[in-house]
Design a protein around this ligand. Sequence first.
Ligand code: PMT
Length: 224
Amino acid sequence: AKNQELKGKRVLVTAGGTVERLDPVRYLTNDSSGKMGFAIAEAAANRGADVTLIAARTTADSVAGIRVIHVETAEEMLQAVLSRYEETDIVIKAAAVADYRPVVRAASKMKKNDGRLIIELERTTDILQTLGERKKGQFLVGFAAETEQVEHYAMDKLNRKNCDLVVANDVSKEGAGFNVDTNIVKVFGQEGLVEEMPLLQKREVADRLLTLIAQRITHPAKEA
Ligand code: PMT
């Protein structure tokens, strides 16, 4: 185990891809495996934190010593996170949350016919944005999965969603992002680029990220 620098801190991590159902057997989801989020939860627990992991669909292994709450949809993840937000010190949002869900979720299996099928989608609530708006001293870490202008979009997300750090993965690069054991990330704070990491195992990315978070919690920058 690492030193216990996060002892007494309550950490909430989200992982995996949300599932938005069309009917009982069909759904929209994404390629998130949950590996990044599980690695972060483990790294936080190794530093003594009290960790709760809110997991949507994942293929990652469960981790001993971490409370896991399973959810399916973006809405369920929102409720699971909000109900614990007030007593949480650090939130790390590594999940890939659906931006849209089907307007209608059919109670029984949809039948086909000869014509085209048009599925209407509506926006889900942006969880990170909601957390940013309701922030009362929590340290908020968002992720950004980008393919171009990574810095621009990451800084925009950080400012709009009131995050303390944004971890940007360039998901167009081999070995980065969804459903692999490695990642390539740049971490941004209010002041801009904080750390650029080379291709690393997600465990190592998680460990370095937790080092940054622990530093910033124990030595917060003075307000400008
Ligand atoms: O799970 P793995 O296979 O290990 O892959 C890891 C990962 C690529 C999924 C992870 O590193 C990652 O980048 N997660 C965020 C993916 C994503 O949805 O990015 P985004 O740019 O669409 O969303 C930005 C942030 O807003 C994220 O923190 C996301 O959790 C949050 N969000 C998005 C939509 C929504 N409705 N609510 C949210 O809170």
